[in-house]
Design a protein around this ligand. Structure first.
Ligand SMILES: *[C@@H]1O[C@H](CO)[C@@H](O)[C@H](O)[C@H]1NC(C)=O
Ligand SMILES: *[C@@H]1O[C@H](CO)[C@@H](O)[C@H](O)[C@H]1NC(C)=O
Ligand SMILES: *[C@@H]1O[C@H](CO)[C@@H](O)[C@H](O)[C@H]1NC(C)=O
Ligand SMILES: *[C@@H]1O[C@H](CO)[C@@H](O)[C@H](O)[C@H]1NC(C)=O
Length: 333
């Protein structure tokens, strides 16, 4: 009798102990689903290869074999002669490019590489992100692509804080890259001219800076790790211009139209990802002169004059992508 009740007591104690341990570990987030019914996360279903399939209607039968970033081995013996000069190809800039590729990297991080299905969001810089409260939703994507000098600090609630990649060119580089990016953000250089390669080389290997040849003074000191810098394959600029905007590849010096970084980023995402959502795209109507165009600064459409971008033509291209379901908009377009 006595020993039986003693066993019962011991069993009770053991049970209490197990429950206590269980409770304490359950307080760590990763154990929570063992104890609560998991709140079904409203994640968009992702279908492998879907973006590629849909985008082939726009770009034709391109292949994923096109590397996203340029790498040394494709240039060392000039195995990849380019038909075009920058920004659509590397013709004539190979020597400068080689020097840059020698000090940067080209790999896609394992965390993206290993995903069965890549959910991506391209965050434009548009005014519609203001007060959008999309920050949490944006942070949930596997890949968050941002553009140029768009800030994150102070705008987290509307634009999120995760940045997987940031596309930029020297004149659009943020002067304080550490503040506006994560420690592992890939900084993806979009080269428009040979000087852009020269700029990144002088910055990363601390050579004598060049000040001429830019339409706006780029940073002379830029505190980034060269291993995070990537060079975007100009193929994406070529097909954005050719297939989305029908621009002539060889333009007279005076016209020089080109896609915006935003359109380029969507083009890239359609090749890198399986699902592509966009947020913060779209400009005000041409007659709306007072409306600011960005979520973070007080500039209007006037500032786009002479930029070589045709925003109404780009809007048509994006509308088409929305219509065929290649991309989905998170903000009004
Ligand atoms: C692209 O490839 C698919 C599958 O190989 C084929 O069915 C389709 O007709 C091709 N489209 C074009 C535009 O060549
Ligand atoms: C955003 O919200 C703030 C505070 O609610 C408001 O003052 C501001 O006008 C809003 N901005 C826009 C662009 O709607
Ligand atoms: C911009 O694109 C629109 C629509 O395609 C076209 O009508 C207009 O002429 C273009 N503007 C310029 C300056 O090329
Ligand atoms: C996407 O854009 C369309 C207009 O083109 C709009 O009706 C729709 O509300 C937008 N979606 C979101 C989530 O804002």
């Amino acid at each position: 009798m006595i020993s039986k009740s003693r066993w019962k007591l011991l069993a009770m104690l053991a049970l209490v102990l197990v429950v206590m341990v269980w409770y304490s570990i359950s307080r760590e987030d990763r154990y929570i689903e063992l104890f609560y019914f998991p709140i079904p996360e409203k994640k968009e279903p992702c279908f492998q290869g879907e973006a590629e399939r849909k985008a082939s209607k726009l770009f034709g039968n391109y292949s994923r074999d096109q590397p996203i970033f340029l790498q040394m081995k494709d240039y060392f013996w000039v195995k990849t002669p380019s038909a075009y000069e920058l920004p659509y190809g590397t013709k004539g800039s190979e020597d400068l490019l080689l020097r840059v590729l020698a000090i940067t990297s080209y790999s896609i991080p394992e965390s993206i590489q290993s995903l069965k299905c890549r959910r991506c969001v391209v965050v434009g810089n548009g005014h519609r992100l203001r007060n959008s409260s999309l920050g949490d939703a944006i942070n949930k994507y596997d890949v968050v692509i941002r553009l140029n000098n768009a800030p994150v600090a102070g705008y987290e609630g509307d634009v999120g804080s995760k940045t997987t990649m940031r596309l930029f060119y020297p004149e659009s580089a943020h002067f304080n890259p550490k503040v506006e990016n994560n420690p592992d953000t890939l900084l993806v250089l979009v080269a428009f001219k040979a000087m852009d390669f020269h700029w990144i080389e002088t910055i990363l290997s601390d050579k004598k800076r060049v000040r001429k040849g830019f339409w706006k003074q780029p940073p002379l000191i830029w505190d980034v790790n060269p291993r995070q810098v990537r060079i975007l394959n100009p193929f994406f600029m070529e097909i954005a211009a050719d297939k989305l905007l029908n621009l002539p590849m060889k333009q007279p010096r005076k016209i020089k139209q080109k896609p915006t970084t935003g359109l380029l980023a969507i083009t890239l995402a359609l090749h890198l990802c399986d699902l592509v959502h966009i947020a913060g795209f779209g400009y005000p109507d041409a007659h709306n002169r007072k409306q600011t165009i960005h979520y973070y600064e007080q500039i209007t459409l006037k500032s786009m004059a002479g930029s070589g971008h045709n925003v109404s033509q780009e809007a048509l291209a994006i509308k088409r992508m929305l219509e065929i379901g290649a991309v989905k908009n998170l903000t009004f377009f």
